[in-house]
Design a protein. Structure first.
Length: 211
């Protein structure tokens, strides 16, 4: 399907949101184990902002696209792809390349970073749950191998990754101490599953807990 035009979010120099442009591009040919999809929804994460600022561990090659999480319908599969077929609704697990990204009307994603989109989630939900939940799951389960009753410290608890970590900890039966710089966010942390919340940045550290 190379030669067809689509719209993509592209940047040609480092900077903030002001460097992003929507451009019409020609679709490239697929390499082995790649999948093309019509994008239905995509997510924006802190990692994407780091990428356009040149602060991510993946260094872009200009012009570069942006984005690593999306939901879409498969329109083409390359050689070696047997787990997906045209018409499948899929979601991209976070990945980064030097030039490709998923923000646009069409995207090319390695098959190894795709999974069927959960039926119970709409397009926006299905593309926006990976980063904040996979990050703590990998840290808690795969690296630290924490077990029920263990206690973890969650810094920047009110961030998307922090809130995801608190919820994941609840699923795994972990106790959590969450930090925040804002006293106004303490109740949010406790409602989100924190066992205790600590306000940082003052001489008098405030500790609130669920009991």
């Amino acid at each position: 399907m190379s030669g067809f035009l689509h719209h993509a979010v592209v940047f040609r120099k480092y900077g903030g949101p002001e460097v992003l442009q929507v451009e019409e591009q020609e679709q490239r040919s697929l390499a082995d184990r790649e999948v093309r999809l019509d994008v239905l929804a995509f997510a924006l994460n802190r990692a994407d902002l780091m990428f356009i600022h040149g602060e991510h561990y993946t260094i872009p090659v200009f012009p570069s696209r942006i984005g690593s999480e999306a939901v879409g319908i498969v329109t083409e599969v390359a050689d070696g792809v047997h787990e997906f077929a045209v018409g499948d609704r899929v979601t991209a697990i976070p990945f980064f390349t030097t030039t490709d990204g998923v923000q646009g009307t069409s995207a090319v994603v390695p098959a190894d970073f795709l999974t069927p989109a959960p039926i119970g989630l709409d397009d926006a939900e299905a593309c926006s749950v990976w980063m904040q939940y996979l990050t703590p799951y990998f840290a808690f389960e795969e690296v630290a191998r924490l077990r029920k009753g263990d206690t973890v410290l969650v810094t920047a608890g009110a961030s998307s990754a922090g809130l995801g970590a608190l919820q994941m900890a609840c699923v795994l039966g972990l106790r959590t101490v969450a930090t925040t710089r804002s006293p106004d966010k303490v109740e949010l942390l406790l409602r989100s599953g924190a066992t205790a919340a600590v306000v940082m940045g003052s001489d008098d550290l405030g500790l609130r807990s669920t009991g």
